[in-house]
Write a protein that binds this ligand. Sequence first.
Ligand SMILES: [Zn+2]
Length: 72
Amino acid sequence: MARRQGPPLYGARYCVNISPSKKEVHDLDNETAQCQIDEIIAAGHAKPYHTLAEAHNDGYDNCHWCIGGSTR
Ligand SMILES: [Zn+2]
């Protein structure tokens, strides 16, 4: 699996799940099956980020599988 070039991610490295019950950021260069990125996109919950710092600033927590170091 890899970065998604088309909408809604347009090749961005990071994808967040905007679902209020998730609020997680994924690293698509290190994606695992457990990330369920395609499911996030299908649900309309995917939003692209180019840096991890930006995602953290917006309140997203690290995905346990592709980034690790979750703070909750
Ligand atoms: Zn992930």
